[in-house]
Ligand binder design. Structure first.
Ligand code: 6PG
Ligand code: NI
Length: 188
């Protein structure tokens, strides 16, 4: 049955939603094959397997014509110099998505398989993800980075695409200013 109109209260201090739907935590061990420095990743997994990010969703279902939202919080850190980040994905049914920066300093890495783009995202900035662009979020600051995502409910999530194609660029602590360096494929 269709949802009734409803308001969602955002807890600005702790990133919760009320009412709230599914939540998930991604630990370092969930990010296998994504950091360029595999040994540093293995070490981080062995060394407590920290939570890298959390996602809380509103109760809007991921179904056709619905418009779900979620809030992602990426904790600060780096693995082998590469800033902590989300797994990144493609939407198998290519549709646009918007992000709104809420807290901290981050970025949106976009890759269409050919061109890579970097958008700085901070509180008050809206990042637009066009259909067909894989996207990954990165915390480039020293505090939690938090943003709201709004996306079509039928878009789906393909995580394998990023494992196969990469994201074109990597965001490293060592780099200044743009913080984004050229992709170097992981050597195992
Ligand atoms: C989405 C959004 C966003 C994303 C999270 C976690 O399509 O749902 O892009 O909510 O899922 O930021 O990132 P990963 O899905 O890549 O783990
Ligand atoms: Ni998405």
């Amino acid at each position: 049955p269709p949802l009734q109109p409803f308001a969602i209260r955002f807890g600005a201090d702790n990133g919760t939603l009320e009412p709230q739907g599914p939540t998930l935590q991604r630990r370092m061990s969930d990010l296998e094959g994504l950091f360029a420095d595999r040994r540093a990743w293995e070490q981080a997994v062995a060394d407590g397997d920290p939570v890298v990010y959390t996602v809380v969703s509103s109760p809007v279902p991921e179904a056709a014509r619905e418009l779900p939202q979620s809030i992602t919080t990426i904790f600060p850190g780096d693995t082998g110099g590469e800033f902590w980040m989300t797994k990144g994905h493609q939407h198998p049914d290519p549709q646009g998505e918007i992000y709104l920066g809420l807290e901290g300093r981050g970025g949106l890495l976009l890759f269409d398989g050919d061109r890579a783009e970097w958008l700085d995202i901070s509180p008050g900035v809206i990042g637009y993800i066009p259909p067909g662009w894989a996207h990954r979020s990165v915390n480039v600051g020293d505090e939690p980075y938090r943003f709201l995502a709004v996306y079509p409910g039928s878009a789906g999530h393909d995580y394998g695409w990023v494992l196969t194609h990469g994201m074109g660029l990597r965001a490293r602590r060592a780099e200044t200013e743009a913080t984004v360096g050229a992709e170097t494929e992981a050597t195992v």
